[in-house]
Design a protein around this ligand. Sequence first.
Ligand code: CO8
Length: 260
Amino acid sequence: STRNILVELEEGAGVAVMKMKSPPVNSLSLDFLTEFSISLEKLENDRGCRGVILTSAVPKIFSAGLDIKEMCGKSAEHYAEFWRAVQEMWLKLYKSNMVTIAAINGNCPAGGCLMAVSCDYRIMAENPKYSIGLNETQLGIVAPFWFKDTMVNTIGHRATERSLQLGLLYSASDALKIGIVDELVPEEKVLNAAAATMSQWLAIPDYARQISKSMMRKPTLDRLLTHRESDIQNFVSFVTKDSIQKSLQMYMESLKQRKG
Ligand code: CO8
Protein backbone atom coordinates (compact mmCIF):
# COMPACT_ATOMS: atom_id res chain seq x y z
CA SER A 1 0.00 0.00 0.00
CA THR A 2 1.07 3.61 -0.41
CA ARG A 3 2.98 5.31 2.35
CA ASN A 4 1.05 7.92 4.31
CA ILE A 5 3.72 8.54 6.92
CA LEU A 6 7.39 9.25 6.40
CA VAL A 7 9.62 8.33 9.31
CA GLU A 8 13.11 9.76 9.56
CA LEU A 9 15.14 8.49 12.50
CA GLU A 10 18.14 10.59 13.45
CA GLU A 11 20.28 7.90 15.03
CA GLY A 12 22.71 10.16 16.88
CA ALA A 13 20.02 12.18 18.62
CA GLY A 14 17.67 9.24 19.11
CA VAL A 15 14.83 11.32 17.70
CA ALA A 16 12.43 10.39 14.92
CA VAL A 17 10.38 12.77 12.82
CA MET A 18 7.04 11.36 11.71
CA LYS A 19 5.74 13.33 8.73
CA MET A 20 2.13 12.83 7.78
CA LYS A 21 1.87 12.86 4.01
CA SER A 22 -1.57 11.99 2.78
CA PRO A 23 -2.71 14.80 0.48
CA PRO A 24 -4.83 16.77 0.19
CA VAL A 25 -5.54 17.13 3.94
CA ASN A 26 -3.96 14.25 5.95
CA SER A 27 -7.41 13.01 6.87
CA LEU A 28 -7.29 10.01 9.21
CA SER A 29 -8.58 7.14 7.10
CA LEU A 30 -8.51 3.51 8.21
CA ASP A 31 -5.37 2.96 6.11
CA PHE A 32 -3.72 6.06 7.51
CA LEU A 33 -4.52 5.16 11.11
CA THR A 34 -3.29 1.59 10.69
CA GLU A 35 -0.01 2.79 9.23
CA PHE A 36 0.33 5.43 11.94
CA SER A 37 -0.07 2.89 14.74
CA ILE A 38 2.40 0.47 13.13
CA SER A 39 4.98 3.22 12.58
CA LEU A 40 4.69 4.44 16.16
CA GLU A 41 4.90 0.89 17.51
CA LYS A 42 8.12 0.31 15.56
CA LEU A 43 9.69 3.41 17.04
CA GLU A 44 8.41 2.49 20.50
CA ASN A 45 10.22 -0.85 20.25
CA ASP A 46 13.41 0.72 18.90
CA ARG A 47 15.80 1.26 21.81
CA GLY A 48 17.63 3.82 19.70
CA CYS A 49 14.57 6.08 19.56
CA ARG A 50 13.66 8.18 22.62
CA GLY A 51 11.58 10.94 21.09
CA VAL A 52 9.18 11.58 18.23
CA ILE A 53 8.30 14.81 16.50
CA LEU A 54 4.93 14.60 14.79
CA THR A 55 4.44 16.96 11.88
CA SER A 56 2.98 17.28 8.40
CA ALA A 57 4.52 17.13 4.94
CA VAL A 58 1.35 18.65 3.44
CA PRO A 59 1.54 22.45 3.18
CA LYS A 60 -0.92 24.40 5.39
CA ILE A 61 -2.50 21.30 6.92
CA PHE A 62 -1.42 19.36 10.01
CA SER A 63 -4.43 17.04 9.74
CA ALA A 64 -8.10 17.59 8.85
CA GLY A 65 -9.05 15.01 11.48
CA LEU A 66 -10.99 11.83 10.95
CA ASP A 67 -11.72 11.00 7.35
CA ILE A 68 -15.42 11.82 7.04
CA LYS A 69 -15.69 9.40 4.10
CA GLU A 70 -14.99 6.55 6.56
CA MET A 71 -18.09 7.63 8.50
CA CYS A 72 -20.53 7.94 5.58
CA GLY A 73 -22.51 5.24 3.78
CA LYS A 74 -20.49 2.29 5.09
CA SER A 75 -21.49 -0.89 6.96
CA ALA A 76 -21.70 -1.23 10.74
CA GLU A 77 -18.73 -3.64 10.52
CA HIS A 78 -16.70 -1.00 8.74
CA TYR A 79 -17.56 1.68 11.31
CA ALA A 80 -16.52 -0.67 14.12
CA GLU A 81 -13.19 -1.47 12.45
CA PHE A 82 -12.57 2.21 11.76
CA TRP A 83 -13.36 3.25 15.32
CA ARG A 84 -11.08 0.58 16.78
CA ALA A 85 -8.28 2.00 14.63
CA VAL A 86 -9.01 5.53 15.91
CA GLN A 87 -8.86 4.24 19.49
CA GLU A 88 -5.64 2.36 18.78
CA MET A 89 -3.93 5.44 17.36
CA TRP A 90 -4.84 7.44 20.48
CA LEU A 91 -3.92 4.70 22.94
CA LYS A 92 -0.49 4.25 21.33
CA LEU A 93 0.21 7.97 21.16
CA TYR A 94 -1.11 8.92 24.60
CA LYS A 95 0.73 6.13 26.41
CA SER A 96 3.97 6.39 24.45
CA ASN A 97 7.10 6.09 26.56
CA MET A 98 8.89 8.35 24.10
CA VAL A 99 8.86 12.13 24.34
CA THR A 100 6.23 13.22 21.83
CA ILE A 101 6.19 16.73 20.39
CA ALA A 102 3.65 18.03 17.89
CA ALA A 103 5.10 20.47 15.36
CA ILE A 104 1.83 21.95 14.14
CA ASN A 105 2.55 23.47 10.76
CA GLY A 106 -1.00 23.90 9.51
CA ASN A 107 -4.71 23.57 10.23
CA CYS A 108 -5.49 21.18 13.02
CA PRO A 109 -9.23 20.54 13.57
CA ALA A 110 -10.96 17.70 15.45
CA GLY A 111 -9.00 14.44 15.18
CA GLY A 112 -5.91 16.48 14.23
CA CYS A 113 -6.28 18.40 17.48
CA LEU A 114 -6.69 15.12 19.36
CA MET A 115 -3.33 13.93 18.00
CA ALA A 116 -1.68 17.19 18.98
CA VAL A 117 -3.06 17.33 22.53
CA SER A 118 -2.02 13.69 23.01
CA CYS A 119 1.63 14.70 22.64
CA ASP A 120 3.76 15.96 25.54
CA TYR A 121 4.33 19.41 24.04
CA ARG A 122 2.96 21.47 21.16
CA ILE A 123 4.63 24.07 18.96
CA MET A 124 2.46 25.81 16.38
CA ALA A 125 3.31 28.01 13.40
CA GLU A 126 2.25 31.58 14.18
CA ASN A 127 0.11 31.87 11.08
CA PRO A 128 -3.27 33.58 11.63
CA LYS A 129 -4.78 31.32 8.97
CA TYR A 130 -4.19 28.16 10.99
CA SER A 131 -6.63 27.02 13.61
CA ILE A 132 -6.87 24.21 16.10
CA GLY A 133 -9.68 22.82 18.23
CA LEU A 134 -12.35 20.20 18.72
CA ASN A 135 -15.02 21.47 16.31
CA GLU A 136 -17.14 18.29 16.30
CA THR A 137 -20.39 19.94 17.38
CA GLN A 138 -20.19 22.21 14.33
CA LEU A 139 -20.58 19.03 12.26
CA GLY A 140 -23.51 17.90 14.41
CA ILE A 141 -21.43 15.15 15.98
CA VAL A 142 -20.04 14.68 19.46
CA ALA A 143 -16.43 14.24 20.52
CA PRO A 144 -16.19 11.02 22.55
CA PHE A 145 -15.31 11.03 26.27
CA TRP A 146 -11.65 10.28 25.71
CA PHE A 147 -11.24 13.22 23.31
CA LYS A 148 -12.84 15.30 26.06
CA ASP A 149 -10.61 13.80 28.76
CA THR A 150 -7.47 14.50 26.76
CA MET A 151 -8.57 18.10 26.24
CA VAL A 152 -9.44 18.54 29.95
CA ASN A 153 -5.98 17.23 30.81
CA THR A 154 -4.51 19.90 28.54
CA ILE A 155 -6.56 23.08 29.11
CA GLY A 156 -8.81 22.31 32.10
CA HIS A 157 -12.49 21.71 32.61
CA ARG A 158 -14.04 25.13 31.97
CA ALA A 159 -12.10 25.88 28.78
CA THR A 160 -12.87 22.38 27.49
CA GLU A 161 -16.57 22.70 28.22
CA ARG A 162 -16.81 25.94 26.30
CA SER A 163 -14.66 24.57 23.46
CA LEU A 164 -16.71 21.40 23.12
CA GLN A 165 -20.18 22.93 23.33
CA LEU A 166 -19.38 25.63 20.79
CA GLY A 167 -17.06 23.47 18.65
CA LEU A 168 -14.47 26.24 18.82
CA LEU A 169 -11.54 26.44 16.46
CA TYR A 170 -8.87 28.74 17.90
CA SER A 171 -6.47 30.86 15.91
CA ALA A 172 -2.82 30.13 16.70
CA SER A 173 -2.59 33.13 19.05
CA ASP A 174 -5.82 32.26 20.89
CA ALA A 175 -4.66 28.63 21.11
CA LEU A 176 -1.51 29.84 22.87
CA LYS A 177 -3.54 32.00 25.28
CA ILE A 178 -5.82 29.15 26.25
CA GLY A 179 -2.95 26.66 26.44
CA ILE A 180 -3.90 24.25 23.67
CA VAL A 181 -0.41 24.91 22.33
CA ASP A 182 2.67 25.72 24.38
CA GLU A 183 4.60 27.89 21.97
CA LEU A 184 4.24 29.80 18.70
CA VAL A 185 7.14 30.28 16.32
CA PRO A 186 7.47 31.51 12.73
CA GLU A 187 6.45 28.80 10.32
CA GLU A 188 9.93 28.04 9.01
CA LYS A 189 11.22 27.54 12.57
CA VAL A 190 8.66 25.03 13.79
CA LEU A 191 10.84 21.95 13.26
CA ASN A 192 13.96 23.55 14.74
CA ALA A 193 12.00 24.70 17.78
CA ALA A 194 10.62 21.18 18.19
CA ALA A 195 14.15 19.74 18.06
CA ALA A 196 15.36 22.26 20.66
CA THR A 197 12.50 21.42 23.05
CA MET A 198 13.09 17.73 22.42
CA SER A 199 16.68 17.95 23.62
CA GLN A 200 15.51 19.67 26.84
CA TRP A 201 13.02 16.88 27.52
CA LEU A 202 15.58 14.20 26.65
CA ALA A 203 17.98 15.64 29.22
CA ILE A 204 15.72 14.14 31.91
CA PRO A 205 16.43 10.48 32.74
CA ASP A 206 13.99 8.40 30.67
CA TYR A 207 12.81 6.14 33.45
CA ALA A 208 11.84 8.92 35.87
CA ARG A 209 10.15 10.91 33.12
CA GLN A 210 8.25 7.87 31.80
CA ILE A 211 6.91 6.93 35.22
CA SER A 212 5.82 10.53 35.79
CA LYS A 213 4.09 10.61 32.42
CA SER A 214 2.34 7.34 33.10
CA MET A 215 1.25 8.51 36.56
CA MET A 216 -0.47 11.52 34.97
CA ARG A 217 -2.03 9.65 32.03
CA LYS A 218 -2.89 6.16 33.26
CA PRO A 219 -6.35 6.93 34.68
CA THR A 220 -7.36 8.51 31.35
CA LEU A 221 -5.99 5.57 29.35
CA ASP A 222 -7.59 3.02 31.65
CA ARG A 223 -10.96 4.66 31.22
CA LEU A 224 -10.98 3.92 27.50
CA LEU A 225 -9.39 0.47 27.95
CA THR A 226 -12.18 -0.45 30.36
CA HIS A 227 -14.93 0.83 28.07
CA ARG A 228 -13.36 0.10 24.71
CA GLU A 229 -16.05 -2.23 23.32
CA SER A 230 -18.97 -0.12 24.53
CA ASP A 231 -17.28 2.96 23.05
CA ILE A 232 -17.17 1.17 19.68
CA GLN A 233 -20.82 0.19 20.01
CA ASN A 234 -21.72 3.78 20.89
CA PHE A 235 -19.90 5.09 17.86
CA VAL A 236 -21.54 2.57 15.53
CA SER A 237 -25.06 3.23 16.79
CA PHE A 238 -24.47 7.00 16.67
CA VAL A 239 -22.93 7.15 13.22
CA THR A 240 -25.54 4.84 11.65
CA LYS A 241 -28.40 7.18 12.63
CA ASP A 242 -30.06 8.79 9.61
CA SER A 243 -29.84 12.23 11.20
CA ILE A 244 -26.06 11.87 11.74
CA GLN A 245 -25.51 10.56 8.22
CA LYS A 246 -27.42 13.57 6.94
CA SER A 247 -25.33 16.00 9.03
CA LEU A 248 -22.07 14.49 7.81
CA GLN A 249 -23.19 14.54 4.17
CA MET A 250 -24.26 18.17 4.49
CA TYR A 251 -20.92 19.03 6.03
CA MET A 252 -19.02 17.36 3.16
CA GLU A 253 -21.19 19.34 0.71
CA SER A 254 -20.45 22.58 2.56
CA LEU A 255 -16.69 21.86 2.30
CA LYS A 256 -17.10 21.47 -1.46
CA GLN A 257 -19.20 24.64 -1.83
CA ARG A 258 -16.73 26.70 0.21
CA LYS A 259 -14.34 26.14 -2.69
CA GLY A 260 -13.68 28.21 -5.79
N1 CO8 B 1 -12.45 13.96 5.73
C1 CO8 B 1 -12.56 13.68 4.42
N2 CO8 B 1 -12.33 14.57 3.45
C2 CO8 B 1 -11.95 15.80 3.82
C3 CO8 B 1 -11.83 16.18 5.17
C4 CO8 B 1 -12.09 15.17 6.16
N3 CO8 B 1 -11.98 15.43 7.47
N4 CO8 B 1 -11.46 17.48 5.22
C5 CO8 B 1 -11.35 17.89 3.95
N5 CO8 B 1 -11.64 16.90 3.09
C6 CO8 B 1 -11.63 16.94 1.61
C7 CO8 B 1 -12.52 18.03 1.06
O1 CO8 B 1 -13.84 17.58 0.95
C8 CO8 B 1 -11.88 18.28 -0.27
O2 CO8 B 1 -12.27 17.24 -1.15
P1 CO8 B 1 -12.52 17.53 -2.73
O3 CO8 B 1 -11.20 18.02 -3.25
O4 CO8 B 1 -12.94 16.20 -3.26
O5 CO8 B 1 -13.60 18.56 -2.78
C9 CO8 B 1 -10.39 18.09 0.00
O6 CO8 B 1 -10.32 17.31 1.19
C10 CO8 B 1 -9.66 19.40 0.25
O7 CO8 B 1 -10.34 20.13 1.25
P2 CO8 B 1 -10.51 21.72 1.20
O8 CO8 B 1 -10.78 22.15 -0.20
O9 CO8 B 1 -11.52 22.09 2.23
O10 CO8 B 1 -9.03 22.17 1.62
P3 CO8 B 1 -8.60 23.54 2.32
O11 CO8 B 1 -7.11 23.55 2.22
O12 CO8 B 1 -9.37 24.69 1.78
O13 CO8 B 1 -9.04 23.38 3.86
C11 CO8 B 1 -9.28 22.22 5.95
C12 CO8 B 1 -8.45 22.40 4.66
C13 CO8 B 1 -9.20 23.47 6.80
C14 CO8 B 1 -8.67 21.05 6.70
C15 CO8 B 1 -10.74 21.94 5.56
O14 CO8 B 1 -10.76 20.93 4.58
C16 CO8 B 1 -11.60 21.50 6.70
O15 CO8 B 1 -12.00 22.31 7.52
N6 CO8 B 1 -11.92 20.19 6.74
C17 CO8 B 1 -12.83 19.62 7.70
C18 CO8 B 1 -12.16 19.42 9.00
C19 CO8 B 1 -13.10 18.85 9.99
O16 CO8 B 1 -14.08 19.46 10.39
N7 CO8 B 1 -12.82 17.61 10.44
C20 CO8 B 1 -13.63 16.97 11.40
C21 CO8 B 1 -13.62 15.49 11.18
S1 CO8 B 1 -14.48 14.67 12.51
C22 CO8 B 1 -13.27 14.20 13.62
O17 CO8 B 1 -12.12 14.33 13.36
C23 CO8 B 1 -13.64 13.63 14.97
C24 CO8 B 1 -14.97 13.00 15.03
C25 CO8 B 1 -15.12 12.27 16.35
C26 CO8 B 1 -16.57 12.01 16.74
C27 CO8 B 1 -17.24 10.98 15.92
C28 CO8 B 1 -18.63 10.72 16.44
C29 CO8 B 1 -19.57 10.41 15.30
